[in-house]
Design a protein around this ligand. Sequence first.
Ligand code: HEC
Length: 157
Amino acid sequence: MKMFVKSVLCATVLATVATPTMAEDFAYKDQIEARQGYFQVVKFNMGILGEMAKGKRDYDADLAQAIANNLKNAGTMDNSLMWPKGSDMDAEGLSGHTKAKAAIWQADSEIGEKFGDFAAATETMAANAGQGLDALRDAIGPLGKSCKSCHTDYRAK
Ligand code: HEC
């Protein structure tokens, strides 16, 4: 009996703990998670170059080149399927799941140009990163600006 009570209690506790963390379904979940994951990968790579630029990590030409190539490849990805219309933060049920502003999908949206600026900045970085710390530093400012420029207009704080 004691055993039984214990296991029932256990099950109740588990159920209580499990509920809030249970995978929640929302519209365009796969697409939203994919684009957020994409940007996490971009951020991770950018962070390594940033550390080198700031002298927090030793400059290593081969590593810098490999990481810059990752970013350049990210800049060539066709991510259009990750951005379906209606997957913005104001869409029903999506608040808290995405920070993508509805302006991305408006007729006058410049998101394509902004992505193009980012892609161009990754190309410059790939040309510079293996050529010495100064060359890497020259390229990191414009690359960082390309992120910020898009976030200012199209990502909520
Ligand atoms: C063309 C526009 C654009 C560019 C360029 C861009 N971002 Fe973003 N970024 C976004 C948008 C929009 C979101 C919000 C996505 C969402 O929540 O659905 C985002 C989200 C993110 C996130 C949060 C991901 C998450 O887990 O929710 C990170 C980190 C990020 N970007 C980093 C970067 C970095 C670093 C760069 C530049 C090297 C960059 N982004 C360039 C538009 C852009």
